[in-house]
Write a new protein. Sequence first.
Length: 274
Amino acid sequence: MREATMTKGMILAAGLLALGLAAPAHAGGAPERPSEAWNEIRDQLWPEAEIAPAEALIDIDAPTRAADAAIVPVTITLDPAPGRFVTAMTVIVDENPAPVAAEFEFGDAMAGGVTLSTRLRVNAYSNVRVVATLDDGSLHQTARFVKASGGCAAPAAKDAAAALASLGKMKLRRFDAPAPGGLAEAQVMVRHPNNSGFQVDQVSLLHIPAHFVDEMEVTQGGQRLFRMTGGISISEDPAIRFTYRDNGAETLEVYTHDTDGGEFRQSFPVQTAS
């Protein structure tokens, strides 16, 4: 067994190094299945830590059989016990070539509980797993089994020229306008091919280089809501829908960074109920 010394960043990048080789009851979804891959991931990322079953803390809603392996919808609900706060979570697709899909760090406006949705690539039948970190340092995890295959190598929906023309363009959708302190909901959408490094150009038959959003931060009036460190398992045109406590700020700000060094920023006005 390999030594448990890989960092989370190394796990994110692990699949890219393999390009010279062959690429291989809750709200929804099938129950978790035994996974040797998860045992190795756990030993590499948290070699000395105890990870407890999440029970009511984490709920994952995911399809049992995905309609499209390249855009598998996943909704995660974090509901800590009174007096506890979620500081971070890691989203993992056990059988993906780079299994860590994303790591989230939460600000105070989301630490008390959150519902967050995004879309994932699933490369083979796999558990989709969430590990949550609480303010006392404890770790908790749960998973749902998703039947899907080929998501990391699936061709992009847009051609390369169209993707580059809209690279980094952002939209923010606000679903309500609560009074300050109320629970708000928004969705951030970023135009980006999020190339996995496993896709093949249909003309040249060469692998398309990996190029994906590796960082996103959303703030309200400068106060952090969440920071995401992303990997190749986030789908093309990343979209994250989330709930948060409104602090009365007039803007939500979004910053993204990609693996080619691209940086994109935009501030969106929001309307708060009087």
